[in-house]
Design a protein around this ligand. Sequence first.
Ligand code: AMP
Ligand code: TRP
Length: 311
Amino acid sequence: MKRIFTGLQPSGALHIGNYVGALKPFIDLSAEYDSMLMVADYHAITTLKNPTELRQNIIDIARDYVAAGIDPQKAVIFRQSDVPEHTELGWVFQCLVTVPFLQQAHAYKDKVAKGLEPNAGLFAYPMLMAADILLYDTDIVPVGADQRQHVEYAREAAAKFNNAYGETFKEPQERIIEATATVPGTDGKKMSKSYGNTIPLFGTREEIAEAVMSIVTDSSGERPENVYAIHRVVRNEGELQSLYESYKGKYKSLKEALIEDIDAFVSPMREKRDSISDDNVRAFLKDGAERARERASAKMRDVRAKMGLTI
Ligand code: AMP
Ligand code: TRP
């Protein structure tokens, strides 16, 4: 059975872009693939330094995975920091790639441009992500468009290692769904936790309404494009054609329709989420860590032996 793998950072509340860009494609494939879903907590510490917040975010995101429809009995859901082989293999890859190669990473450049501290972890981030993916012989990585280059970097790390030490790692492919590759936020730019332009996936109806009402519209075109662009990820375009036709020019009514549609879309997940306790989350993460670690430690034994790290 082929394997899918993806991860999300517990750096803030999940938004609709995370769901339709990464989680939904993961869920759609998980029936046919061996599936692994990671809480990327070591990635999150490149930017999040508050322990109370991090601890809460880890529990919340793992609960959200299950509420969104991922079955922890089938998929391996685990926390990156529970499996030390990730940081170990990340180091190995750092020793194989060059500084100029890492300097070309768009995500790094964007984060620094946004004012984030360019700490060395942020810089080496793509090699930790390569380790996440390659440790498990992953075939497919469902992600949003902003992660395309990171998966290319993972292929590069695999090729470098295989060249230097012999065939060891599979080269993974990203899976990016065109229609939802980059969901725009309330300001028309990419929806992102760090831009303050998100519609939270598990927000209350009031929070959703507030976010939708804040969508920036201009009256120059036929339809409010920023509203439509979000609407099309929660409702099919055929239905939207007639809705936008009959409410032409009535931006407030269109926003109200969008609030209804988002609310209908997320309310079953919200109910499921309320039924999952912190202790449930701790239990499935513990089980996931054991299953992931078994695979990761076997792979690392092979890596060490090939590199001459056994005597
Ligand atoms: P992050 O929140 O950066 O950990 O992202 C988690 C996953 O959600 C990654 O696969 C991203 O590519 C995806 N993602 C984040 N923002 C968006 C967006 N606005 N549209 C589509 N996918 C997104
Ligand atoms: N870098 C990804 C993001 O910010 C999160 C991530 C970490 C990831 N490790 C991964 C995604 C492995 C896919 C596979 O969205």
